[in-house]
Design a protein. Structure first.
Length: 415
């Protein structure tokens, strides 16, 4: 089989990862970082993408090498480890889905000029996503994401090039930059890292999507091919994170304009980042692209959590493929997420910051579990990571633990 044909059969899980990551962490958090801090946090964004990389790759690596998901690997580490993963998943899943759902609903309202419709837009979005997943599962998700990711990537790069050509917006008189060491700034940086590029516990989804792609195509790629496909998706994700931050900085930093907290108004401001640089003629294209990537993110998050929960419950019960039906988990997730949306009301930023912080605090545990699975007796020697990746892994764990300590200390001192 030619190399291009082999790559075509491998392509999919990496793009699904990219779509999941590009949503809230980029459109919301990266843009906010640039708007509020200018270029000051670029180093933090780059460091987070680099130092968290190994733990996402290990999901793909483990699945390709063993033919099982990394969740099965957690069970090999011991039942207590599987319980830890389940506890982390339950603690974060409703907040993650509610955050991406609320942001997605805001971009839907912006696209169709609906204004704020409260929770009803989120309800409609969840229903549509669940129906698509019940009917088409991975096949529709895989096909849709490839188009959506391409359109938004091209649009974002075009907007960035034009914004860089035009130069930074003029700052207002008397503008004072935010103190990066202030408690509020530290809490925002923790939230930024939490989903930069996304939550580490989502690494289990890489393994599940890798297995599903092999099942869909009947083709098992070489480990090097699976890793290349994932790395391309990750590189696109990391690059766009920096580009979104720079867009926010070029257009909003120091201008006195702020990103609104409401869903539709926030989405409208983000769309303006593009139209002010590309031109008003591009508004409908950009609005549709932004909603499409968020729509893809919502679907991917529903699918990822459903697959992860279902497989975890199967392993807990000791049965294989006889757990609760896929749609039952979808309904549970949608109901819980809607409850969270109601609690936070119209505060998009508050919901996103809370969800991303919860994900960050769970990150060190998942990182250590993933590292254990790809070293020692759990993976064949030829499939284990090299020295450079192991060094990066230990650096990543130190990075996550260090910021966790900083968060706890800041929280204690701020009281």
């Amino acid at each position: 089989m030619p190399d291009w044909a082999r790559f075509a059969k491998t392509l999919g899980p990496g793009l699904l990862f990219a779509s999941t990551a590009i949503g809230v962490s980029h459109l919301v958090q990266s843009t906010r970082a640039g708007a509020e801090f200018g270029f000051l946090l670029i180093g933090l964004v780059v460091a987070a993408n680099l130092l968290k990389y190994p733990f996402f790759e290990y999901g793909t690596r483990y699945a390709n090498a063993t033919g099982t998901s990394i969740i099965d690997g957690y069970a090999r580490l011991g039942r207590r480890v599987l319980w830890v993963y389940l506890a982390i998943t339950i603690a974060s899943m409703f907040f993650v889905i509610s955050a991406v759902g609320a942001v997605g609903a805001g971009f839907f309202e912006n696209l169709f000029g609906l204004g704020s419709q409260g929770v009803w837009t989120t309800v409609g979005l969840f229903v549509i996503c669940c129906v698509i997943l019940i009917v088409g599962r991975y096949k529709i998700l895989d096909s849709m994401i490839k188009v959506v990711a391409t359109v938004l990537t091209v649009s974002t790069i075009a907007a960035f090039v034009l914004a860089a050509y035009n130069g930074p917006a003029e700052q207002i008189d008397g503008f004072v930059e935010r103190d990066v060491l202030a408690p509020a700034s530290i809490f925002f940086m923790i939230a930024l890292i939490g989903w930069m590029p996304t939550a580490i516990d989502l690494s289990s989804w890489n393994s599940l999507w890798t297995l599903e792609r092999m099942k869909q195509t009947g083709f098992r790629p070489r480990l090097s091919e699976a890793l290349l496909e994932f790395r391309l998706g990750y590189a696109m994700t990391a690059s766009l994170a920096v580009i979104f931050l720079m867009l926010g900085s070029f257009i909003l930093f120091g201008t006195g304009r702020e990103l609104p907290d409401g869903g539709a108004s926030f989405a409208n401001t983000v769309v303006q980042l593009y139209t002010e640089t590309i031109g008003d003629w591009s508004r409908i294209i950009i609005a549709a692209s932004a909603f499409s990537i968020m729509f893809g993110t919502v679907i991917a998050v529903f699918d990822g959590y459903t697959r992860a929960l279902r497989r975890t419950v199967e392993l807990m019960r000791g049965d294989s493929g006889r757990g609760l039906p896929y749609p039952v988990f979808l309904v549970i997730l949608a109901g819980g997420a809607l409850f969270i949306v109601l609690q936070f009301g119209s505060s998009i930023r508050g919901l996103v910051d809370f969800a991303t912080t919860v994900s960050f605090l769970a990150a060190p545990a998942i990182a250590i579990m993933n590292l254990r699975l790809v070293t020692g007796r759990y993976l064949a020697r030829e499939s284990q990571p090299g020295t450079a990746l192991l060094i990066l892994s230990y650096g990543g764990i130190a990075f996550l633990v260090g910021f966790t300590v900083l968060f706890v200390a800041t929280k204690f001192l701020a009281q």
